[in-house]
Structures are given as C-alpha cells and as structure tokens.
Design a protein around this ligand. Structure first.
Ligand code: G3P
Ligand code: MG
Length: 252
C-alpha cells in the first residue's frame, strides 16, 4: 500500500524539509523533519549540467549556497564543492546540495516524499526521465508523490511510471485558475496542490466530489491551519512541521 494511504489525513509535509529550523532542501532539514515525527516532506529537484537530479529550489546557487551560477551549467562534481548550510547558520556549515538519489535512499520506506519537478526554465529536458529511472532503481514508488506547476512533467511521469501518484501544483493568480481546469481534465492527477489562497470549504468539497485530494502550501500560521483542518484539507505543506504537528495533536 502507498504510504500516503497509510497516514491519517491531514498529512503534514515539511516544505523543503523542516526549513524553518534548518537550511532548505538539505539532508539536515529532511532528517530534522523525520525526528520531529513528520510523516512527509516536499523537495525541489532539477538537473545538473551532466544530467544528475539534485535537490535545490532556485535555478542558481546564489541564494542558498556559497556558490554562484546556474545549477544546469555545472557538473555534479562542481556542485558538490558548495556549502548549502552556512548561509542559514554556522551550525549547518558543511551541509551540501544533496543528490535526489541520496535523499530517496536515506528515507526509503520511512517518509512520504513529494518530489517537485523544478525544470521550469528547461521544460523539455530529461528531468522526468532521470527521476523515473531513479524511482525504478530505488523501487520506492509507494513512498513518492510527484508534483509540478508544469503539466508536461506530470504527463511524462505518468507515461514512464503509470502507477505513480501525481499532483498538479497551481500557483496563485487568475491566469492559473483559468488554466487549472482544462489541464486537470486532461491530466486527471489524484492530487491537486493549490496555493493556499484557493482554499475555502466549498472548494474542498467540490474537489473531493471530483475524487481529488487537496494538499495546500505554504501554511505556516496556526489560525489558517486550524481553519483548513476544520474544512477537511487532506494535507498541509509547511515550513514549520513542529507547530503544525502540535496543532494537529490537539485537534484530534
Ligand atoms: O510544492 C509546494 C511549493 O514548494 C511550491 O512552490 O516555490 O516553494 O517550490 P515553491
Ligand atoms: Mg517546491
């Protein structure tokens, strides 16, 4: 059985790991989420210049590491030289940019992992193929959910891995709202990951009637989370899994 069906709803997903407490998209942030008792985490992945999926949010190294330049313009061995921890705090100096393989390997069977395919500036690259190859190699499809704002990625994942769970990410803004429904009709993902500005009680009821489950992001405020829990949200993607798990414990 898929891990997503083993955890009680709502499921708390640590956004880029426990990113309020540790540097985003690092093994330290994922380990911390695990030690907090979080059932799931979200990560972002894109390809290095030599075609290896690594875990990082931005197209460049500049914001989160001590390096500069495009992820896609560097080889894995170059990427490995950079520090992804020290900008967050000295305590995390030495944390690297992990490969997707290292993360999937460490958390296989332990946590549900939401893999966001982040090749938005190179939508026709080999990322879905490389990620699908990894999932096959790891034999861990039952602990993965694939998401993307780019529908093509989900179509390609479905073709490569027909049993995969997929989620369409929907950003805020009117254009996305208009785009979402034809794309959803074509893709029929099991999950939808809308920005939190979409969430109302009626919206959740309507999605549930259509047979889709809704995980929203990025929810860090207690009052907002409480409202979403009351309305029947299926999952919250949060930077602060500790606070959300505490709230959920009182809620049940
Ligand atoms: O998957 C939810 C969220 O991560 C989407 O936005 O920019 O944080 O990757 P972003
Ligand atoms: Mg993301």
């Amino acid at each position: 059985m898929h891990l997503i069906d083993q955890f009680a709803s709502p499921i708390i997903y640590a956004h880029r790991g426990a990113s309020r407490y540790a540097p985003e998209n690092t093994l330290a942030a994922f380990r911390l989420a695990y030690s907090m008792g979080t059932p799931a985490f979200e990560l972002d992945t894109m390809l290095t210049g030599d075609g290896v999926p690594v875990v990082i949010h931005d197209d460049t190294l500049d914001r989160t590491t001590d390096g500069h330049g495009k992820v896609g313009g560097m080889s894995l061995s170059q990427i490995r030289q950079y520090d992804a921890g020290q900008r967050f705090s000295d305590e995390f100096r030495g944390e690297g940019i992990p490969t997707l393989e290292a993360v999937l390997d460490e958390f296989k069977g332990k946590m549900l992992i939401n893999v966001e395919l982040k090749n938005y500036s190179t939508p026709f690259d080999a990322l879905p193929k490389r990620v699908a190859e990894l999932a096959r190699k790891m034999n861990n499809l039952d602990s993965l959910i694939f998401s993307s704002f780019q529908p093509l990625n989900l179509l390609r994942i479905k073709k490569l891995l027909p049993a995969a769970k997929t989620a369409l990410l929907v950003d805020e803004g009117i254009a996305w709202r208009m785009l979402a429904s034809p794309v959803l009709a074509r893709l029929s993902p099991q999950y939808i990951h809308p920005h939190k500005s979409y969430i109302t009680e009626k919206y959740l009821k309507d999605e549930h009637k259509r047979g889709r489950r809704v995980n929203t992001w990025t929810v860090n405020e207690i009052a907002e989370a409480e409202l979403f829990f009351n309305w029947g949200i299926d999952g919250l993607i949060t930077d602060d899994p500790k606070a959300m798990l505490e709230l959920l414990a009182h809620f049940h």
